[in-house]
Write a protein that binds this ligand. Structure first.
Ligand SMILES: [Zn+2]
Length: 133
């Protein structure tokens, strides 16, 4: 075991003064220094490793490729299904679920705007024909 001085240098356990900077070593505060200093970098590297393993970052070119695929009708539906089935990337999956929800929200009014008037038109024609017969 060694004592880490405020200057960051290690000293022997029973040292009263730092061998590098000459400051008196505070033995009361040394457990805090010994615990806090080495562990924080360890945590951050662990988090980085988890992020790299769980969610691979998508490159700019990757996003451009995805947006091109998303922009083409039918191909985008296939792309959605392929990504939802194969990808382990939560960010990408969430994006696709959001796109599907938005797509459905947009498709329903469009379909209603096309189907309803044509249905009314068909009914009017049928009604007009009924007048003749
Ligand atoms: Zn020192």
């Amino acid at each position: 075991m060694s004592i880490i001085c405020k200057c960051g240098c290690e000293n022997s356990d029973n040292a009263q003064f730092c061998s590098v900077c000459g400051q008196p070593i505070e033995h009361n505060s040394q457990p805090i220094y010994q615990q806090a200093v080495p562990q924080q970098p360890v945590y951050s590297t662990v988090n980085n490793n988890v992020q790299i393993q769980g969610e691979q970052p998508i490159s700019i070119l990757g996003w451009i490729g995805y947006f091109i695929l998303f922009g083409i009708p039918i191909v985008n539906i296939i792309t959605y299904i392929v990504i939802l089935c194969s990808s382990k990337n939560k960010t990408l999956k969430n994006l696709i679920i959001a796109q599907i929800i938005l797509g459905v929200l947009l498709v329903i009014p469009v379909m209603a705007a096309i189907v309803v008037p044509s249905f009314i038109g068909y009914m009017e024609k049928a009604g007009a024909l009924a007048l003749f017969f």
